[in-house]
Design a protein around this ligand. Structure first.
Ligand code: C2E
Ligand code: CA
Ligand code: CA
Length: 782
């Protein structure tokens, strides 16, 4: 008879039941279901021992629908009342006509003296079924089981289930393609699966009882039993030994086996034969890492070794290394005149000669084409690298007999000796490249060592980037404005904004010195935005002069800016903030920038056009494609490139082309602007060809913002008795005579200045830039 305390079965007191008691009930119900194969089992417990009718019972049956509970409780009470098993097979109809639980019910009474409890154990089903006599008996037996009996019963069931699990697992392990062994604490094998035995050339029987260490190579053999502190799980790749002594590569992973108290009792180890996989990997890697023609390491492998050398030096600065970059001189001639076959043979000869010049630990690599690289390790503080450079040059200078020809070859070599600051393989390679180019430009068969000066050149670029960032933050930029005149009236109608950088150490820098770096680093967006806003602000104070309307300002947009989302919004905002009408801004875009991001740019260009700010295609005529784009772009004008303007004077054939280009643009209804006008004859010719506007040193160099400002300032305007309107600038009669045309371009503006009131005021104290090359060489001060 069960000794379950009465309250333990009432659902309300579920929470207060000890887990053990709850477990007993659960076990009882599970067994009841198991014995009768009924989906539901439950207990009805009479709470008051004197309640013979069983009226105050409580029901415990998980998952029973609420409307069934009433019926089940009634049936259970019947059982208690009768004191004997009660069985029912019928449908209890609900008032709404739907059949409900239970269809089949079987209950048996139970009771005990101490503590005095009685009630009913029942099972039920939702379908009509008959309970077999065995099922009835089983339920009756269960009702008399003590909690101990219950636990013992379930223990037996679980043991049987566990045995099944073990059998299944053992079968699985036996059939695994992986080797599995279990060793005891003394390192002896107590279990092994067939795969493990097969892998090692033994039978399973042979292996049982064998020390597991026999499977490893003798040099790794460790006979000590497993110490608990060593009993950790691990994974490693190593070599194992077969019964016949042959070796193979394996991957092992091991885990501790513990007993119930957590004490290690042994080790289970899985073993995978990875020989084939590793061999394939190595072969693939080798193919990927070697130059097929010469068998030398390729660029990838070279870089890997170079990175290792850098790492070694980082740990120990005495472990210096050197890199040599060799480029054969005139290899192309051999290839082209004697054929690729001879060229290939020559490359193989070069490879073997280079190998003869280095020590075994060094790396000779081919980078493709006629480029070779050498990594010398442990060069010490001496001149090893230069010795090797000399050796390779002399080795390569020995004539080679190939296909009946005697070929004399040579190479240019760039040498980089490691230094502690060289922590990037890319940097070292660039350095070697730079030195090689120096060597090559000095003539064939030379080497050049990357030195401090080259280093400075390399870092100056890096420095420029960080300086740019700082310059933007601390306001080191300003804008010069170059006047643009209308050829019909000679009036200054606008100014082009040209950014300048007052570098704290390098002095005034022009865009060609830094725009490229700004583009690469993306800083151009910030810089461009600043130029745009600043130019709009400064242009706001330029006022109308006499008949001429207030001049506009032309701002150059970079490729990156044009590809930037929301550019039109930024432009609109700059105009609004400066209170400048859209028509007083021009945007100059280059044909390159339009072509780079053609699709994205077109969208942005349409947006810009909607602003009514004219777009001008800059550097026009430098790319052939521009003509094709003309009618597709929403532009208002083109700016003829300086090189074409120059051609008007110097290159009769191209002058014709310029003529054509101007005509084309005009036919397309575009305004034509000429830039870089330096000679009076250029200006005459442009006028004749119908060009609309011009800009250049002949007219004026770019001017400081203040100079432009002063001119427009009301006080300055009021000063002269007869203020000259801007439109009077460069009237035809003021133009330089043809004789002057051959003179320095800046000279003309300078000469105009004293006699022309406007020029005079436009150019106070301005020293025009010498009209030399466009590029101002970027130099680093010592
Ligand atoms: P660009 O737009 O073609 O500008 C004209 C360049 O030619 C200016 O050089 C100007 O000083 C120069 N120049 C003007 N007249 C003459 C002349 O008669 N002879 C000669 N040899 N040169 C003349 P700068 O200021 O060095 O600008 C170079 C380029 O930098 C500009 O070429 C423009 O593409 C770019 N740039 C200038 N400012 C900005 C800017 O704010 N943003 C962007 N993205 N680019 C700019
Ligand atoms: Ca421009
Ligand atoms: Ca230009």
């Amino acid at each position: 008879m069960t000794a379950l305390p009465a309250r333990s079965l009432s659902p309300e007191s579920d929470r207060r039941r000890s887990p053990q008691e709850g477990e007993r009930t659960d076990i009882l119900l599970r067994l009841a279901r198991f014995a009768t194969s009924a989906p539901y089992a439950g207990v009805y417990l009479v709470q008051d021992a004197d309640d013979e009718q069983g009226r105050s019972g409580s029901l415990l049956c998980r998952g029973l629908p609420v409307d069934a509970e009433v019926v089940v409780a009634q049936l259970a009470r019947q059982v208690v009342l009768r004191g004997e098993p009660f069985e029912l097979i019928r449908t209890v109809d609900r008032p709404d006509g739907e059949a409900t639980f239970p269809r089949s019910f079987l209950g048996v009474p139970f009771s005990s003296q101490a503590p005095a409890i009685h009630g009913c154990l029942y099972v039920m089903d939702v379908v009509e079924r008959r309970w077999t006599p065995e099922q009835r008996l089983a339920l009756q037996d269960l009702a008399t089981l003590t909690p101990q009996d219950l636990l013992a019963e379930v223990g037996e069931q679980e043991r049987r289930a566990l045995e099944t699990v073990v059998r299944v697992l053992a079968k699985a392990v036996d059939n695994l393609p992986l080797g599995v062994t279990v060793t005891d604490l003394s390192g002896r094998i107590v279990y092994t699966n067939p795969a493990e035995a097969r892998m090692h050339g033994y039978s399973v029987e042979e292996m049982i009882g064998m020390p597991a260490s026999v499977l490893g190579p003798p040099e790794h053999r460790q006979t000590d039993p497993l110490k608990p502190e060593e009993a950790l799980s691990w994974t490693r790749e190593t070599v194992n030994v077969r019964k016949d002594g042959s070796r193979f590569e394996v991957r092992l992973w091991s885990d501790v086996v513990t007993d119930a108290s957590g004490e290690p009792v042994g080790l289970v180890t899985c073993c995978e034969d990875v020989t084939d996989r590793r061999r394939t990997e190595r072969r693939l890697l080798d193919v990927a890492m070697r130059d097929p023609l010469t068998g030398l390491p390729n660029r990838t492998l070279f870089y890997e070794r170079l990175s290792n050398a850098i790492e070694k030096q980082r740990k120990n600065p005495l472990l210096r290394f050197a890199v040599l970059f060799l480029d054969l001189d005139r290899f192309k001639i051999v290839n082209d005149s004697l054929g690729h076959h001879v060229g290939d043979q020559l490359l193989r000869v070069v490879a073997s000669r280079l190998l003869d010049c280095v020590r075994p630990g060094d790396t000779v690599a081919r980078f493709g084409g006629d480029e070779f690289a050498i990594l010398l390790e442990n060069t010490g503080a001496g001149d090893t690298a230069i010795d090797v450079a000399n050796r390779t040059l002399s080795a390569l200078s020995q004539p080679v007999q190939l296909g009946g020809y005697e070929i004399v070859t040579s190479a240019s070599v760039g040498v980089v000796q490691s230094a502690t600051h060289m922590t990037e393989a890319d940097y070292i390679w660039q350095a070697a490249d730079m030195a090689m180019y120096r060597a090559k430009s000095a003539g064939p068969g030379r080497y050049e060592v990357f030195d401090r000066e080259m280093h400075r050149e390399a870092v100056s670029r890096l420095r420029l980037e960080s300086d740019l960032r700082r310059g933007l933050e601390t306001g080191q930029f300003r804008i010069d404005y170059q006047p643009i005149i209308e050829l019909g009236s000679n009036a200054v109608v606008g100014f082009e904004a040209l950014v300048r950088w007052d570098h704290p150490e390098l002095g005034e820098l022009h865009p060609n010195d830094f725009i490229a770096v700004a583009e690469e680093t993306g800083l151009i967006l910030k810089l461009g935005q600043w130029v745009l806003s600043q130019a709009c602000r400064e242009a706001r104070s330029w006022e109308a002069q006499g008949d001429s309307p207030a001049p506009w300002v032309a701002v150059n947009l970079s490729v990156k800016q044009l590809g930037q989302r929301g550019l039109a919004d930024r432009v609109r905002e700059a105009l609004r903030a400066a209170d400048l009408p859209p028509r007083r801004l021009r945007l100059e875009i280059t044909e390159a920038s339009v072509m780079v991001g053609a699709e994205a740019a077109t969208e942005t260009l349409q947006e810009l056009r909607a602003l009514e700010t004219p777009l001008v295609l800059d550097d026009f005529g430098t790319g052939l494609s521009s003509l094709r784009y003309l009618d597709r772009l929403p532009i208002a004008g083109v700016k003829i490139d300086r090189s074409l303007v120059e051609a008007l004077r110097t290159d009769g054939r191209r002058a014709k082309l310029v003529e054509g280009v101007i005509r084309l643009a005009r036919d397309a209804g575009l305004r034509v602007i000429a830039e870089g006008v330096s000679y009076a004859e250029e200006l005459d010719e442009l006028r004749r060809l119908g060009c609309d506007e011009a800009q250049g040193y002949l007219i004026s160099p770019p001017l400081a913002a203040q100079a432009v400002q002063d001119f427009f300032a009301p006080s300055t305007r009021r000063q002269p008795a007869n203020p000259a309107p801007l439109s009077s600038v460069l009237k035809n009669e003021d133009r330089a005579e043809p004789d002057d045309s051959a003179r320095s371009t800046a000279g003309l503006a300078g000469e105009l200045a004293p006699q022309h009131p406007v020029s005079q005021r436009l150019l106070p104290g301005h020293v025009p830039r010498a009209p030399t090359e466009d590029t101002i060489p970027f130099s680093v001060p010592e």
